[in-house]
Design a protein around this ligand. Structure first.
Ligand code: KG4
Ligand code: ZN
Length: 365
């Protein structure tokens, strides 16, 4: 196998249509030659969440344009590639199908190998693309659709230590924003309000902290926020600006406490494996939250572990992470063929019990 591998990645499992080209030479840092992401926020805004049919149609219409743009940005033709990697799940099935069909078409037309990538593996392997993280590291995936702790021991070796049993934290931030009349996506708007508020004014629950293990729950928190809001409205006839800021600060403090304490426990379990370079890495949109990020950084420091948070555009959905996961799989000798299936569900850790339900943005695991 040649020293240098160049792979085109495609991503269409949720509401971002993306194509990217990543190159890796053995012994050198990986290079993102191009990364194109076409978001769909404006298409779904009126519906208060992602509409799967609208998402699928938009992916079908835009994916080939993104591929052309990614090739042009990198200054490469299809003949410069070694393989095509594509998200084959988990996610909204119409979108995943759009990506898999285009990848099969490209592979058939060029004769290039096809590599199916698990979207969650894309997120989980990102610290190796950005920071050349050494296996095994602990990953906390926190976004609008995902929330889980994974010990990442190889390109295809993931152990799930625990995850949310209901909502993902980003979903909880989005619902909190909706309850308080703040704009979507909820995370940034709740964070901005929280900066002006008192986190100690409302005592919101810290679900599952009283129970051992690494599972988390965020839906009760949203209900507690709703009750606190309604009590204020009943008492005062409406919400004052300071009430809203205090509610946001109290909500953010509760989410932060849960993520920090569960990360502390997950780090304990991970450190028992005696990793050579102990590392806690995060990915997903929620890791943009400054308070959460600072709390996790402190938890890692206390445990003697390095803390890695990839730049935000690589923490959220993108195709560079799919191209990179494709490179890792390609080097491990993995190839798919025309029988590659699009999968709505695809747990990374096949031994872990299945997670229940699916999120606003698709299946959680
Ligand atoms: O990873 P992502 O872009 O998409 C997926 O869910 O796959 O994450 C988006 C989620 C949204 O729910 C958004 O509200 C949340 O990440 N988010 C934040 C912040 N920025 C984005 N949550 C808390 N604080 C933030 N600053
Ligand atoms: Zn994602």
């Amino acid at each position: 196998m040649s020293d240098t591998v160049t792979i085109l990645g495609l991503e269409s499992s949720c509401d971002d249509t993306a194509a990217a080209i990543v190159r890796h030479r053995v012994g050198a840092a990986p290079e993102i030659l191009s990364s194109v992401v076409a978001g769909q926020n404006e298409l779904h805004a009126a519906f208060g969440g992602v509409v799967p049919e609208i998402a699928a149609r938009a992916h079908t219409e835009r994916l080939d344009i993104c591929v052309e743009e990614a090739l042009a940005d990198a200054g490469l033709g299809l003949d410069a590639l070694d393989a095509i990697a594509v998200t084959a799940g988990p996610g909204l099935i119409g979108g995943v199908l759009a990506g898999v069909m285009l990848a099969k078409g490209l592979a058939a037309a060029t004769g290039l190998p096809l590599i199916g990538v698990n979207h969650l593996a894309g997120h989980a392997l990102t610290p190796r693309l950005t920071d050349e993280a050494a296996f095994p590291y602990l990953m906390l995936l926190v976004s609008g659709g995902h929330c889980q702790f994974l010990v990442v021991s190889g390109p295809d070796a993931f152990t799930r230590l625990g995850g949310t049993i209901d909502d993902a934290p980003g979903e909880a931030f989005d619902k909190a924003a909706r309850l308080l009349g703040l704009p979507q996506p909820g995370g940034p708007s709740v964070e901005a309000e929280a900066a002006k508020g008192d986190p100690a004014r409302f005592h919101l629950p810290r679900p599952l902290l009283d129970r051992p293990g690494h599972d988390m729950s965020f839906s009760g928190l949203k209900t507690a926020l709703l009750r606190a809001r309604d009590r204020l409205i009943e008492r005062d006839g409406g919400l004052h600006r300071q009430d809203r800021a205090d509610l946001c600060a109290s909500f953010q403090a509760a989410v932060t406490d849960v993520l920090a304490e569960k990360s502390r426990r997950a780090l304990g379990a991970y450190l028992a494996l005696s990793p050579e370079r102990p590392t806690l890495a995060v990915a997903g949109g929620v890791s943009a939250n400054r308070q959460i990020r600072a709390a996790l950084e402190q938890v890692a420091a206390e445990a003697g572990a390095a803390f890695l948070a990839p730049p935000l555009d690589l923490c959220t959905d993108n195709a560079a992470m799919i191209a990179w996961a494709g490179i890792e799989r390609f080097r491990a000798g993995h190839r798919d063929d025309m029988t590659l299936e699009a999968r709505p569900r695809w747990p990374l850790d096949r031994r872990a019990p299945a997670m229940l339900g699916s999120g606003r943005k698709g299946a959680k695991a």
